[in-house]
Write a protein that binds this ligand. Structure first.
Ligand code: PEP
Ligand code: MG
Length: 322
């Protein structure tokens, strides 16, 4: 096992029938990058920037953020790095921001909703990212997008800061892709409309499952409803991938589901382009994918999408991949 992993470490990822996918990692700090490289990651698919803001008594400065983003980009060289803008609120509280107490924090004032109302927080992060963009292959991703207006507004602020930096004589990359997390059902349903405007999608199944099933991802009592293989989830995921491809864009996944050995064959069949997972899952996933035929997995697509329960899906996939 270890030998196979060592052989595959610096290789790209191909299915048994020669179709390429990208295996990248989720990180929280620049220190995590060493683990990504040691585990054969082809890039960073989700850099959760919240850690820069946590465990302190005030907002991180633009320069502090610039240094962290630059460090990650430089360490990754020309490999892609998807940085997610601040996803605060929900389960992630920041005492110094004085966020209101809410009855339903997961349905409340969080992530892009907070950032669009607090440009004094949002703009410095975007400036730090834009300044760091010349040091690597940066892609910027907005979290918790529920409507096209939110995306348009966030992108307009980004372009405004890009203009400001140019006027200040500061160099900014001209090839930064700008995409969104798909973790709210409304966005998954109208992915086709989004695909005309975004550069890429990354499906956040951790939240997408909780919002689709109306089952709090932290509540043990409803955890039986937290079902990644529920046909409703598979249909949403498929809709997002098809929408992306119909506009020539790519679709990734950065929720836990992307590294799950039962989900992987399904996702290969649905045509997912990029799988972002914890670094230690990458070599096991690459080993699994080299043995899967994309053509075969794709032939099960219609059947899987029309199944009635998660149990049926699991049973079918186990049977086909044993
Ligand atoms: C997700 O929702 O799937 C995701 C990757 O984001 P987080 O777990 O940080 O909410
Ligand atoms: Mg999320």
């Amino acid at each position: 096992q270890k030998e196979i992993w060592a052989q595959l470490k610096d290789e790209p990822t191909f299915t048994s029938d020669g179709e390429q996918v990208e295996l990248v990692a989720n990180i929280g700090t620049p220190e995590d990058v060493a683990g990504v490289i040691n585990n054969g990651g082809e890039g960073v698919g989700l850099y959760r920037t919240e850690f820069l803001y946590m465990g302190k008594s005030e907002l991180p400065s633009e320069d502090e953020q610039y240094k962290a983003y630059k460090s990650v980009l430089e360490q990754m060289g020309d490999k892609p790095v998807v940085v997610r803008t601040l996803d605060v609120g929900g389960d992630k509280e920041l005492p110094y921001l004085d966020l209101p107490k809410e009855l339903n924090p997961f349905l409340g004032f969080r992530a892009i909703r907070f950032c669009l109302e607090n440009e004094h927080v949002f703009r410095p992060q975007l400036r730090a990212l834009l300044r760091a963009s010349v040091h690597g292959n940066l892609k910027i991703m907005f979290p918790m997008i529920a409507s096209l207006e939110e995306f348009r507004q966030a992108k307009a602020i980004l372009l405004d800061e890009k203009e400001n930096l140019k006027n200040e004589g500061i160099e900014v990359s001209n090839s930064i892709e700008v995409g969104i997390m798909v973790e709210i059902p409304s966005t998954a349903v109208i992915a086709k409309q989004f695909a005309k405007e975004v550069d890429f999608f990354s499906i956040g199944t951790n939240d997408l499952i909780q919002y689709t099933m109306a089952a709090d991802r932290m509540n043990e009592q409803v955890s039986y409803l937290y079902q990644p293989y529920h046909p409703a989830i598979l249909n949403l995921v498929n809709n997002v991938i098809e929408a992306a491809h119909s506009e020539g864009k790519w679709a990734g996944m950065c929720g836990e589901m992307a590294g799950d050995s039962i989900a992987i064959p399904i996702l290969i069949g649905l045509g997912l382009d990029e799988f972002s997972m914890s670094a230690t899952s990458i070599l096991p996933a690459r080993t699994q994918i080299t043995k899967l035929s994309k053509k075969e997995m794709a032939s099960y697509k219609e059947k899987l999408l029309s199944m009635a329960t998660a149990e049926d899906v699991i049973e079918f996939i186990k049977d086909k991949t044993e």
